[in-house]
Design a protein around this ligand. Structure first.
Ligand code: PLP
Length: 509
């Protein structure tokens, strides 16, 4: 019997194994929409399978962003995945939950609120949007002030440390504000408050301090900054305010260091942002910005939507967004409570200590994160003469671990660090296992030829290095060449090294 084309197609999708169906057996165009539909099972399988090649989020130790939530919360998220947050009229309860979150977080940050006063703040897609909004509020407030004084207001600037997260550079470029960065130095990787205050001038819209530097988790000294700036404001008659970028530290400090004054307890702190999707313990897609008081958010930036006879003020960059993250944030806040957050943060801190102690016991690393700060461990190799941190990072990937290596910003560019962020779902067992795997990586690297060949004629102090290497029995990493041949020799050496690594890798399989 000869089947018609239609019959054969339907039998193809319903009878054959998904993998043997023609939809999966042939490849789809990658950059153009395919002409025909495919069955849902095939679409699912094709996409699911390609995604298997992504890293495992739970092993992604590069990220602060939450990768695990309780199944009950996953259920709430799925149930609200089809709710557009902006339809406040239709979903008033969701709006109410966001307002509760804003108030809970404002109290956590010690906003000076009277008993019946509600907090000023908004949920955002993340700290980046929160920072754009806070920055805009500072810019507008400064412009209004300058105009009132009949002064020019076309050259606003913002003072930060060179360790700021990229979103501040984005804010500066998109909203035309000059970014004045305090340089770092060897051994000091956060903004120096004294130097920051020196950079402040009449056109400074705010100084941004970071509670939990992205680079090494360290808290900047907001209290000292506040005190120095109060003094300068008094001397100059300016009223330069402070913003605290507490993207990662905003959900750490209140629980682990309640005595630390970094928030609205300091009078110059006018706004604070925090990432709900970092230590707020919600999946990617939520942040918060809180203002100290109504006066700190210029009225003209707020759009008023009238719904059900009530005034709904909005101040966000985009219109539609999902509701799930807001609901999930509310879940975490009430499910965990203060006690729950504190337990989780303490556990993260303990796991960071386990990892740090393990790394120190190898004798091979210098720790560049601090005990007080965001629970992460940032570390550098003590001896970089044969291998560097990028290589350790590469090798760890083969065990499944994603541990980033990066160089510090100016003026500490000569420092490279590896960074492991400890999240709620990074258990003690995993911390111990990571130490074991790092030890294995070090052994493997030790057995390899050095990444850096000492090329005598090319390097500064090369002769000295060569003598040292030979004395250490490492003469195969020394080649003496004429200056004119340095480049060629480097290439040959690099190719040889690649060959050795490839050979070794294949040998294992
Ligand atoms: C992560 C981070 C940001 C950006 O936050 P998103 O929530 O990812 O937009 C800004 N500043 C600091 C200090 C951060 O750690």
């Amino acid at each position: 019997m000869v089947l018609s084309r239609a019959q054969s197609e339907s039998s193809d999708s319903s009878v054959h194994s998904t993998f043997a169906s023609r939809y999966v057996r042939t490849s789809l165009p990658r950059f153009r929409m395919p002409d025909e539909s495919i069955p849902k099972e095939a679409a699912y399988q094709i996409i699911n399978d390609e995604l298997m090649l992504d890293g495992n989020p739970r092993l992604n130790l590069a990220s602060f962003v939450t990768t695990w939530m309780e199944p009950e919360c996953d259920k709430l998220i799925m149930a609200s995945i089809n709710k557009n947050y902006v339809d406040m009229d239709e979903y008033p309860v969701t709006t109410e939950l966001q307002n509760r979150c804003v108030n809970i977080i404002a109290h956590l940050f010690n906003a000076p609120l009277g008993d019946s006063e509600t907090a000023i703040g908004v949920g955002t897609v993340g700290s980046s949007e929160a920072i754009m909004l806070a920055g805009l509020a500072f810019k507008r407030r400064w412009q209004n002030k300058m105009r009132a004084q009949g002064k020019p207001c076309d050259k606003p600037n913002i003072v930060t440390g060179a360790n700021v997260q990229v979103c501040w550079e984005k804010f500066a470029r998109y909203f035309e504000v000059e970014l004045k960065e305090v340089k770092l130095r060897d051994g000091y990787y956060v903004m120096d408050p004294e130097k920051a205050v020196e950079l402040v001038d009449e056109n400074t819209i705010c100084v941004a301090a970071i509670l939990g530097s992205t680079l090494n988790g360290e808290f900047e000294d907001v209290k000292l900054l506040n005190d120095l700036l109060i003094k300068k404001n008094k001397e100059t008659g300016w009223d330069t305010p402070i913003h605290v970028d507490a993207a990662s530290g905003g959900f750490i400090a209140p629980f682990l260091y309640p005595e630390l004054e970094w928030d609205f307890r300091l009078p110059l702190v006018k706004s604070i942002n925090v990432s709900g999707h970092k230590y707020g313990l919600v999946y990617a897609g939520i942040g918060w910005v809180i203002w100290r008081s109504k006066e700190d958010l210029p009225e003209e930036l707020i759009f008023h939507i009238n719904y059900l006879g009530a005034d709904q003020p909005t101040f966000t960059l985009n219109f539609s967004k999902g509701s799930s993250q807001v609901i999930a944030q509310y879940y975490q806040l009430i499910r965990l409570g203060f006690e729950g957050y504190r337990n989780i943060m303490e556990n993260c801190q303990e796991n960071a200590t386990v990892l740090k102690t393990g790394l120190e016991s190898t004798g091979r690393f210098t720790i560049v994160s601090k005990d007080r700060g965001v629970p992460l461990v940032a570390f550098s190799l003590k001896d970089r003469s044969r291998h560097d941190e990028f290589e350790v990072s590469d090798y760890l990937r083969r065990f499944g671990w994603i541990v980033p290596a990066y160089t510090m910003p100016p003026d500490a560019q000569n420092v490279t660090v590896l960074r492991v962020v400890i999240r709620e779902d990074f258990s003690r067992t995993l911390a111990e296992r990571l130490v074991v795997d790092i030890q294995k990586v070090l052994q493997e690297l030790d057995a390899l030829p050095s990444k850096f060949l000492v090329i005598a004629a090319g390097d500064n102090g090369a002769a000295e290095k060569a003598v040292k290497a030979v004395k250490a029995g490492d003469s195969d990493s020394v080649i003496l060449v004429k200056k004119s041949e340095v480049e060629t020799q480097r290439k040959v050496a690099e190719a040889w090294r690649k060959f050795v690594i490839a050979h070794k890798t294949n040998g294992v399989c």
